[in-house]
Write a protein that binds this ligand. Structure first.
Ligand SMILES: Cc1cc2nc3c(=O)[nH]c(=O)nc-3n(C[C@H](O)[C@H](O)[C@H](O)COP(=O)(O)O)c2cc1C
Length: 138
């Protein structure tokens, strides 16, 4: 199995209904091919972790990367795994606008020991969002 974490920039026209629809359909599709993971949407950016059988993961990720509802898809980490981190989440939407909230949420899932790939990805993701917001304000 394999795990991939990426971030991307949501299309400017994307609304709450669209995100609901993406997750709703992702759950169904992921269930069919044995993928699991989470999706965070915050300040116009996505962070997604996908895990599962190598071939299915590559195939789904290729489709996702070409989806016009987001752009600038940037892989933050990719690695082989022997166990899933989120066996019960075909695609879990996590609504945490800031890093502290996301960390608290993950710490609850993992009994305070957040896996290194997620720890690094969260830091990178919220730093990117912070940078974008600062650039827009300044
Ligand atoms: C941010 C984002 C995350 C997505 N996550 C998934 C996913 O986990 N699994 C999936 O099958 N499709 C996901 N999609 C949707 C795919 O890009 C694509 O629309 C879908 O797989 C096509 O299926 P359909 O032809 O049945 O609509 C995601 C799209 C976006 C924009």
């Amino acid at each position: 199995m394999r795990e991939i974490i990426y971030r991307s920039v949501a299309s400017e026209t994307l609304g709450g209904d669209d995100i609901f629809r993406i997750v709703f359909r992702a759950k169904r599709a992921n269930g069919r091919v044995g993928l699991s993971g989470f999706l965070i949407y915050s300040s116009g950016h996505f962070l997604q972790l996908l895990e599962g059988p190598h071939l299915e993961l590559r195939r789904t990720f290729r489709v996702i990367a070409q989806d016009t509802r987001h752009s600038d898809v940037t892989v933050l980490s990719e690695r082989p795994i022997t166990e899933r981190l989120f066996p019960d989440w075909r695609m879990r939407r996590i609504e945490q606008p800031d890093e502290a909230g996301a960390r608290r949420f993950m710490a609850e899932q993992f009994g305070d020991r957040i896996p290194a790939t997620i720890d690094t990805a969260l830091r990178e993701f919220y730093a990117t969002i912070g940078g974008c917001l600062a650039a827009r304000a300044g």
